[in-house]
Design a protein around this ligand. Structure first.
Ligand code: AMP
Length: 249
């Protein structure tokens, strides 16, 4: 059983991004980039399934510029067997990525595609769902537990106020939630081994996909700045301020 794991190169989650002065986006020049944290969880889950004997091959795929090779090498250091880079300098929106992944699903015929539930840069939470629709596959989003048995996969999902467990027939699409697992640390020997693993590169045209953006970002703005805190002398003043100044009670 093959597992396809899409991994996105995003601004590292520790970096505090700044909005560009013209409001067209955030400034990512000279900023540390890393694998999207939910995708690290997806790679870890695929590796665990392989270690349990439920999977035989893990293919990591990243869509973007040549630097995404680093993200693929990280996925291979965690345990992916090979990587596919779909190389383009075009801005990729979730629908374009979903179409590229659909073409790779047709080519590789994986039994499972495990994506992150969302990319922490665009916060779109769309790609997995769009891929499931385009490839006509069952989907389980926000997975906090995944168990493969025969030609079925049982997925426990985090839903409002509790958990829901569903069973899907393979092939299927899963998106990971934060509590699915804790990704392992990448060791130096594994980083060295990853350098020798197979990495194939395609262009979107090779996959017959038009990746032109369909949406235009009109404006990006910083959240309002928080004012400094103050000390109040007593509870009555606090209640008065909450009621009449902050207007929250
Ligand atoms: P999004 O819909 O943008 O929030 O992304 C959800 C998930 O789709 C991510 O966690 C990745 O698994 C996958 N994904 C999105 N964009 C890319 C990309 N450019 N390359 C590879 N995977 C991606």
């Amino acid at each position: 059983m093959k597992i396809l794991v899409p991994v996105k190169r995003v601004v590292d989650y520790n970096v505090k991004v700044r909005v560009k002065s013209d409001g067209t986006g955030v400034d990512i020049a000279n900023v540390k980039m890393s694998m999207n944290p939910f995708d690290e969880i997806a790679v870890e889950e695929a590796v665990r399934l392989k270690e349990k004997g439920a999977a035989t091959e893990i293919i990591a795929v990243s869509c973007g510029d040549a630097k995404c090779q680093e993200t693929l090498r990280t996925a291979m250091a965690i345990g992916a067997d090979r990587g596919i880079l779909v190389e383009t300098t075009e801005e990729l929106q979730p629908l374009a990525v979903a179409k590229l992944l659909k073409a790779l699903v047709d080519k590789e015929q994986p039994a499972l595609v495990i994506l992150g539930k969302q990319a922490i840069d665009d916060d779109a939470n769309q790609t997995g769902q769009m891929l499931a629709a385009l490839a006509d596959l069952p989907q389980a989003t926000f997975a906090s537990k995944v168990e493969v048995a025969g030609d079925k996969v049982s997925v426990t999902r985090e839903v409002d106020g509790g958990l829901e467990t569903i069973s899907l027939s393979l092939p299927a699409v899963i998106t990971t939630d934060l509590r699915l697992n804790e990704p392992r640390y990448v060791t130096l020997p594994n980083i060295m081994k990853a350098k020798k693993k197979q990495l194939d590169t395609f262009k979107p045209e090779d996959l017959g996909v038009d990746v032109k953006p369909r949406l235009k970002t009109l404006k990006v703005s910083e959240p309002p700045k928080r004012g400094a805190g103050i000390k109040v002398p007593d509870v009555a003043t606090l209640v008065d301020k909450l009621k009449n100044e902050a207007k929250v009670i």
